[in-house]
Design a binder for this molecule. Structure first.
Ligand SMILES: [Mg+2]
Ligand SMILES: [Zn+2]
Length: 192
């Protein structure tokens, strides 16, 4: 049984700059992100990044640019001991009606195809209501972070779309994930 966590990218891992991140020099990690992902890596979680990047399909930037940002991000995280198990990006236009753009679950399905895991102990961490909806559609637990669009998203929560947790940032979200695990992990999280 794999321990898995799904994390949205913009506004969660990196600072949302209110436009698409087209170049690596525009990418800035959220202050708590690297340490948070390191603690998840160390606790044995497989981290999957699940991100909508419709700017590619809309012709705002290219798939090569997206790949360049991704590769730089993964390399920088690796320097800090963070392992990314997989990253799945929807590059289709928001008008394309594809099966993968969140809140649809195509990216999540692709990420964990053939993987055995416990949905009741698996979290989707995001900053938009679409992330929470995607998590709920995929029958996993959800955490809304207040970074990025999160503070705005918090105001839009309806009774059908209540996240399991609302926290300030990825650092706090990682602690929620760690504490929901086995008692040993819970002790480690409490010490941290
Ligand atoms: Mg986001
Ligand atoms: Zn798509």
């Amino acid at each position: 049984m794999k321990k898995i966590v799904f994390i949205d990218r913009d506004g969660v891992i990196n600072v949302d700059i209110w436009k698409y991140v087209e170049y690596w020099h525009e990418f800035k990690f959220e202050p708590s992100a690297i340490k948070a992902m390191k603690s998840l890596t160390d606790a044995g979680f497989d981290i999957y990044i699940i991100s909508n990047q419709a700017g590619v399909g809309d012709g705002i930037f290219t798939a090569e640019q997206l790949r360049d940002v991704h590769e730089n991000m993964v390399a920088e995280l690796a320097k800090h001991g963070v392992r990314i198990k997989g990253a799945h990006y929807c590059v289709h236009s928001r008008h394309a009606n594809c099966a993968c753009r969140k809140p649809k679950t195509g990216l999540l399905e692709k990420a964990v195809e053939g993987v055995t895991f416990d949905r009741g102990r698996t979290f989707f961490i995001g900053d938009k209501t679409g992330d929470i909806e995607a998590g709920k559609n995929f029958k996993v637990k959800t955490i809304l972070v207040r970074t990025g669009y999160g503070a705005e998203s918090e105001k839009k929560i309806t009774k059908d779309l209540i996240p399991d947790h609302i926290v300030d940032d990825l650092g706090e979200a990682a602690r929620v994930v760690l504490m929901s695990g086995d008692p040993a992990a819970r002790d480690t999280a409490n010490e941290a």
